[in-house]
Ligand binder design. Structure first.
Ligand code: ZN
Length: 258
């Protein structure tokens, strides 16, 4: 696995800058992915990893120049109220807003399917892929599925392990629902597109779902399979941690970037 889950704001270039000074085994990599995520969020196209080379600093500066800056404004504590079914999800700028957006999305799923607040695991995905911005991709583990008829997507992604404990997870459903939606809309997934997944699991994705993200020699889990299907797509997975923190991982083309 990559670095431990932290409270680092995702898609947040200021956090990127803050982290530059911190000791880290792979500082360039983590900065790069966050910058890339921010660039994608701002609608800029990026192409592969070419920019990690000589123009890397130029990129950071240009991303900072147009992105929202958390120092310039405090978190929007009302952002959850702007999460409206059938509409695009508002852009969360940092960890606090991410948590509010994620909680609002999950609350809407619980309301829609009559699931109690304590019944986990649920996951909700959303994307900026053209034509799919208002969609929600819903996932649930066995417990909520035993209580409610959550949507069933085609089984494009399969868990790499057969043990009962590691199959049919919420992240897998979200990935499959996304794949169904992309196919149904004949959508073109480009380099500036992202899929975001909020999971109600304090420990984040399990080792089977995340399998292969740091090791190409093993069979990829559902997250690795998903991101290998769309090598340019940036997938962010986030989850609430104790103490109001946000865990997150950023994935691309079968690898964990952060
Ligand atoms: Zn899992």
């Amino acid at each position: 696995m990559g670095p431990a889950a932290t409270n680092a704001p995702v898609s947040n270039p200021a956090a990127t800058r803050h982290r530059i000074g911190k000791p880290d085994p792979e500082p360039t990599r983590e900065v790069g992915c966050l910058v890339k995520e921010a660039a994608g969020a701002g609608g800029r196209r990026t192409s592969g990893w070419g920019w990690r080379g000589s123009n890397f600093l130029t990129r950071i500066v240009s991303v900072k120049a147009f992105s929202e800056h958390p120092v310039a404004r405090s978190p929007d504590l009302q952002i959850g109220q702007r999460v409206v079914p059938g509409r695009a999800v508002p852009e969360p700028a940092g960890a606090e807003e991410w948590l509010l957006v994620g909680k609002a999305l999950v609350a809407q799923v619980r309301r829609e399917y009559g699931l109690p607040a304590s019944l986990d695991t649920l996951a909700v995905g959303w994307t900026n892929v053209d034509g799919l911005e208002s969609r929600r991709f819903i996932g649930g583990s066995r417990a909520p599925r035993a209580r409610a008829a959550l949507p069933n997507a085609a089984p494009h992604l399969q868990a790499p392990r057969v043990n009962h404990q590691f199959v049919d997870h919420a992240e897998q459903d979200v990935g499959n629902a996304f794949l169904d939606a992309v196919a149904g809309a004949r959508a073109d997934v480009r380099a500036y597109h992202w899929l975001r997944i909020y999971v109600t699991k304090a420990s984040g994705p399990c080792s089977a779902c995340a399998q292969g993200l740091d090791n190409r020699l093993v069979a990829p889990g559902v997250l690795g399979q998903l991101t290998q299907r769309f090598p340019d797509l940036t997938v962010t997975v986030a989850w609430p941690q104790p103490g109001g923190k946000l865990g997150n991982m950023i994935l691309q083309n079968g690898e964990r970037l952060w």
